[in-house]
Ligand binder design. Sequence first.
Ligand code: NAP
Length: 348
Amino acid sequence: MPEHVVIVGSGPAGWAAAIYTSRANLNPLAFEGAVTEDNRLQGTLPLGQLALTTEVENYPGFPAGDLSEYYRTALPSEHHWMIDMHQKEGCSGPELMHLMRQQATNFGTKVVTDDIVEVDFDVHPFKLKSMGGQEIEALSVIIATGARANYLGLPSEEKYKNAGVSACAVCDGALPRFRNKPLVVVGGGDSAVEEADYLSKFASTVYLIHRRDELRASKIMAQRAIDNPKIDIQWNSVVDEILGNDTDGVTGVRLKSTVDESTREVEAGGAFMAIGHTPNTNFLEGKLEMTDKKYLKWTVPFRTNTSVEGVFAAGDVADDYYRQAVTAAGTGCMAALDAERWLAAKGL
Ligand code: NAP
């Protein structure tokens, strides 16, 4: 028997789609991704990018801080029992993702810890194949595989991955090799500032390397970097080479000025990349319409339809503009409703 809905991906879009389709009795099957070294290195482990962040400050419903006084004043007295449940600081990314996964499984979502590596959308029921060799037939599919961090593409960067080069400060920043040493973060967006801020708790200094003279990050985040005495912003600079040796791994970076091409070396025990993202759509090449940047195309305005009828897309895999946890969850819900209505209209 084919599955009614197969969901590929396990970030907020995937779990929101799972929660809605399971509550609609569609008995969804979710492929949450495989736990492999390759996936760890490229940041595509189950639970997605949020599992690689610290505090989530902007997901509605999870205000940061000690919430007990908030509950005491905001809730009627019969709900004060909630105060004991929430005597802690806000919510972390991994916590939020585990809660979403739990919420989906509570309603009966079946979860497989594996990657989908092949799809055939020319036939119906659609055919999908997992890395572990499982073959699945599906009446509808929701793609929610998200996006992963970019790297600069330098051979020296590749050489020192796992030896001081990382694209995830939260995963790797607390390792002993990075403690009390100067570190480098590359990029000027919110991610770069967030990573620099996080690393400043462990590092002696964090050099934030940005190719322009103005940060792209939101005003509040940019000010946080400027105000942090341990963050030293190197304006108008790019990393030209990661420096290191086989014993110590990364020992520094060579910077090149974007103004006059001059170079200088900076000592550093690690280099963290925060230069944007690439959607996880390799396995869909030639199967679904994509943008120039390989994001999936939504083909109907205000709907999550892709170029194949019965296949829907949700979250960062189809969105290079908003890229927020709440928008991903929102489009996950939309994809679930779109799939449910499509199946009903087809009598499937
Ligand atoms: P982003 O906003 O696209 O920023 C990427 C940064 O990397 C830019 O500053 C860009 O420089 C730089 N860059 C790109 N390619 C480069 C290269 N080859 N060499 C050197 N620098 C390069 O990506 P992001 O920071 O990951 O943020 C993505 C989205 O997530 C945004 O919407 C952001 O607001 C959101 N986000 C929010 C939070 C939060 O609210 N807590 C945290 C993280 C991310 P230019 O500026 O010159 O283009």
